[in-house]
Design a protein around this ligand. Structure first.
Ligand code: FAD
Length: 336
């Protein structure tokens, strides 16, 4: 059996790794058990990222390919593309996984076209067909009405971008050892096509996928004022605010907060569904939550079919009561 590598792009924001990188490393580890003779490599670009190299190994990577250059500190698409394409040609990975973040989606497309290989975007499932050594890449299509499993049998690397929050991150193993391959990279005579002038902080809602508690609202919230109340509850619980598409469409909250098939897939410990009916397109984004608490005045609402705790009633009475009670408990010294 030949020796093959599974590459995982470790996306960095400042000097930190994007959490989707760890989700992908742990998925790549699962895949490597099924792909005989394979190992998992994290690919890191930038400077002063030794701590992330180590972290990548603790998360399960066998090797780290650390491409060092001050020119790679900020994400600049054509520079990243150039470096990664060279590294792929040099080390010949069989599979290449990238998080389906804004940057990841762009980068993956640029790499795949340059390498003339296949790329499946925004996957929610990955598996190995062992007898063929093929990566089965599954993603929702036709607005989520059809799940398509896509193969790339004749070109390498088999590339996929994967939705953040879909794969589970495994726990850290500080005893894990691995090799760090350092490539000192020099750009010669590359035009500066893109100049970053300023970094504007991201809007709220961007942490939704990684929040442990999400308080979500739907049509039943009734307006922007109602969302203020949900924000207060989320704040008290140290969580984030989510929303159904109906609420986003009405302009009560920004689209970054949308949960579901065409929004974000989340896996919080506690999910509050306030005034959300529980349409399938919403449920697909929340079904992995540990505990779902539904507040809805219609006892027949489908959300109650998946809720762990269901409260039948008017959210405009129940949420303020919850806020009041939590404020009281926090004041009396109960920790968040
Ligand atoms: C291709 C496609 C993709 C989609 N993607 C998404 C997606 O990503 N995310 C998403 O959410 N939807 C998505 N949808 C839309 C989805 O089908 C539903 O229309 C949407 O989820 C409904 O939102 P809702 O539950 O907030 O509203 P509704 O279905 O109108 O439900 C409102 C609920 O609030 C309750 N309610 C009303 N007033 C109160 C009150 N005072 N107190 C308590 N309860 C109250 C009602 O009983 C009702 O159950 C998609 C649809 C399509 C076709």
């Amino acid at each position: 059996m030949k020796h093959s590598h599974i590459f995982v792009f470790i996306e960095t924001i400042g000097k930190k790794a994007h959490p989707v990188s760890w989700e992908l490393i742990s998925k790549a580890k699962d895949l490597s058990f099924k792909l005989e003779g394979s190992d998992v490599w994290g690919v890191i670009l930038g400077e002063d990222l030794e701590h992330i190299c180590k972290e990548t190994i603790y998360h399960g990577a066998d090797k780290v390919l650390y491409v060092k250059s001050s020119e790679l500190n900020d994400y600049i698409n054509y520079k990243y593309q150039k470096v990664i394409v060279e590294m792929v040609k040099k080390y010949q990975p069989e599979i290449f996984l990238i998080g389906a973040t804004l940057e990841g989606r762009e980068l993956a497309g640029m790499i795949a076209t340059e390498l003339k290989t296949g790329l499946t975007a925004d996957c929610t499932g990955l598996d190995i067909i062992p007898e063929k050594e093929l990566l089965a890449m599954t993603r929702p299509t036709f607005g989520g009405n059809l799940m398509a499993t896509i193969f790339c049998p004749e070109h390498t690397p088999q590339m996929a971008t994967v939705r953040p929050g879909v794969m589970k991150e495994s726990s850290l193993d500080f005893n894990k050892r691995g090799e760090i391959i350092i490539e000192e990279y020099q750009f010669n005579q590359i035009d500066n096509l893109i100049e970053i002038i300023e970094a504007i902080p991201v809007k709220s809602g961007s942490n939704l996928q990684y929040a442990q508690i999400v308080v979500s609202g739907g049509n039943g919230v009734g307006g922007k004022e109602g969302f203020k109340m949900l924000k207060r509850l989320a704040e008290l619980l140290g969580g984030e605010v989510g929303a159904s598409r109906a609420a986003v469409k009405k302009g009560w909250i920004e689209s970054e907060h949308q949960v579901g098939q065409t929004g974000k897939t989340i896996r919080p410990i506690v999910y509050f569904a306030c005034g959300i009916s529980g349409a399938i397109q919403h449920i697909v984004g929340i079904k992995e939550s540990n505990i779902i608490i539904a507040i809805n005045k219609d006892e027949k609402a489908p959300i109650f079919d998946i809720a762990d705790i269901g409260i039948v009633g008017d959210l405009h009475k129940i949420v303020p009561a919850l806020i009041e009670e939590i404020e009281k408990r926090l004041k009396s010294g109960v920790k968040k």
